[in-house]
Design a protein around this ligand. Structure first.
Ligand code: BTN
Length: 242
């Protein structure tokens, strides 16, 4: 896969979307940058990163399964690549597709679609150590003290993408996702609007929804835009340490 390396852009997702709208035909292709002036997170949030410190990249690809499976696949690839490069850290996937270590967010994924092409945007906190008032953000350097070679991480993600994205069946993706899912079969608190519900995570189903079993044995299903697992509870002693 070709890698385009930029010093600065608004957002690597937006950069690829523009190229595709202009008729870019060579797909898959990856783009990375040292700096984003308008980095985007999921659910309309911003994605901020100190210049040159972190991994900021996007991959434009075609994918034979649906976007939910691509979401899970991207989280698996990211978690497994990081586990491979930094085996002493316990990377987990926090539903829907945050990558966390010790209850704090270390990487995020934003998937968008233009025409029939998916854009998988990946942000990994590697060398940044100051996150201001973002209490639940961390980085590889912050946790381990180790300087990270961002190029090595980018190239590894690309090669894992090339190796696995077309090969894994839907059930295989589902299974591998659960293997790294934080809180599976554990009691967690889910926030749905003003409500806070306690239950055991049973699975993330084929629609990407979180399935929670309450104390009364009822199964509740939460779509991503309707619920979240707050980080404060991941860190609490009552619900944490999974
Ligand atoms: C999230 O967890 O909210 C998703 C964060 C995704 C951030 C990456 S950084 C590279 C790519 N370009 C963007 O503007 N966003 C993604």
């Amino acid at each position: 896969m070709r890698l385009v390396r930029l010093d600065e852009t608004d957002s690597t997702n937006e950069y690829l979307k523009r190229q595709i709208r202009k008729g870019l035909k060579i797909i898959p292709v990856a783009v990375s940058t040292l700096s984003q002036t308008a980095g985007k997170g999921r659910q309309g949030k911003k994605w901020e990163s100190d210049i040159g410190k972190n991994v900021l990249m996007s991959i434009a690809c075609h994918y034979k399964h649906d976007h939910i499976t691509l979401n899970k696949l991207s989280a698996i690839i990211l978690a497994n690549t990081l586990k491979n490069l930094f085996p002493y850290l316990d990377f987990k996937i926090k539903w829907p597709n945050d990558i966390i270590v010790r209850g704090k967010k270390i990487a995020g994924i934003l998937i968008e679609k233009v025409k029939s092409t998916y854009i998988v945007g990946i942000g990994i906190n590697t060398n940044q150590t100051d996150f201001g008032d973002l209490k639940y953000a961390t980085s590889i350097k912050k946790i381990s003290g180790q300087d990270v070679d961002n190029t090595k991480v980018i190239l590894k993600i690309i090669s894992q993408f090339e190796n696995f994205s077309q090969m894994l069946s839907k059930p295989a993706v589902h299974m591998l996702y659960e293997e790294s899912l934080w809180g599976l079969n554990k009691t967690v608190i889910v926030k749905a609007g003003e409500l806070k519900l306690t239950g055991i995570i049973k699975e993330v189903n084929y629609y990407g929804s979180l399935v929670l079993k309450t104390r009364s044995g009822k199964l509740l299903t939460f779509p991503e835009n309707k619920a979240s697992i707050p980080y404060e509870f991941i860190n609490s002693s009552l619900y944490g340490n999974f």
